[in-house]
Design a protein around this ligand. Structure first.
Ligand code: AMP
Length: 285
């Protein structure tokens, strides 16, 4: 596993591989790698000549008071996992190299970035969009891999790739879950034992909403009530930031559930730990 720290060196290496006709895949991550990340790596490996994984805890996507400083970091463990998957290159830039003195160019995907998570994390998707555009320019992948776990993020990135004519295919892969349904996340290690036991409540709530839709509920109020009832039954849930049924293209809450696809999505706090999850229903029966 070759590690590259300098963006210029990564770009030279990538462009040389492109010139030899190699198809590069990029899997952008913030490290503390788990089975969700590795599922993206395996898909990338199967479909491309060279797999580049980036690990960069992007300061620009964390708000003041968020967990940037204490975000889990495990470079040795990450390298071991990537070697096992036979990843070709690890891109490990320093924040100074990504945002050097005088950095001024920020990318906003308007309309999508302010909704759902964006309403609770102002500036988050601007930080995400900017760093992903930079990573795509540096690594020059034919395909880049993202997880549905972060549905809104994948929509923001697909939209920016389309709007800016980026020569890359954005691939979105299914959410990998623990056996009890909890979506795997680097942040799950923040959970105490009791919180970990309670954490699948978000998946259970969204699943109950999906079940209600499949049983013929077309009223948004009914489905939302079902979701919120499950969440409120768990005493460790301290906040429901949003939880409802949305248009998967605009992220607007639906007025009525008429035709597929629909997005069920939620963000909650368990004590002080923020969890997100989502389900996309491609048919309503
Ligand atoms: P992160 O390191 O959390 O920024 O995630 C890096 C990439 O892995 C993003 O595209 C995430 O959506 C994706 N990812 C994170 N968790 C999962 C999961 N449980 N299943 C599938 N993809 C995931």
């Amino acid at each position: 596993l070759e590690s590259i720290r300098l963006p210029r060196m990564m770009q030279d290496t990538a462009l040389a591989a492109c010139a030899r006709g190699k198809k590069i895949a990029l899997v952008p991550t913030m490290g503390a790698l788990h089975e969700g990340h590795l599922s993206l790596v395996r898909a990338a490996k199967a479909e491309n000549d060279i797999v580049v994984v980036s690990i960069f805890v992007n300061p620009a996507q964390f708000g003041p008071g968020e967990d940037f400083e204490r975000y889990p970091r495990d470079l040795a463990g990450d390298k071991e996992k990537l070697e096992k998957e036979q990843v070709d290159m690890l891109f490990l830039p320093e924040a100074q190299a990504i945002y050097p003195e005088g950095f001024k160019s920020w990318l906003s995907v308007e309309g999508l970035s302010e909704k759902l998570c964006g309403a609770h994390r102002p500036g988050h998707f601007r930080g995400v969009a900017t760093v992903v555009l930079k990573l795509l320019n540096i690594v020059a992948p034919a395909r880049a891999y993202f997880g549905q776990k972060d549905y809104q993020q994948s929509l923001v990135i697909s939209t920016l790739a389309r709007d800016l004519n980026l020569p890359v295919e954005i691939v979105v892969r299914p959410t990998v879950r623990e056996e009890d349904g909890l979506a795997i996340s680097s942040r799950n290690i923040y959970l105490s034992n009791d919180e970990r036991k309670a954490a699948p409540v978000l998946y259970r709530a969204l699943s109950a909403g999906a079940e209600a839709i499949k049983n013929g509920s077309s009223k948004i109020e009914d489905v939302k009530k079902t979701i919120h009832q499950v969440l409120r039954a768990e005493p460790l849930v301290t906040e429901i930031q949003y939880a409802s049924v949305y248009d998967p293209n605009t992220l607007d809450e639906l007025a009525a559930i008429k035709s597929p696809p629909v997005l069920l999505a939620g963000a909650i706090k368990l004590s002080n730990i923020r969890l997100i999850d989502n389900l996309v229903l491609n048919d309503l029966k």
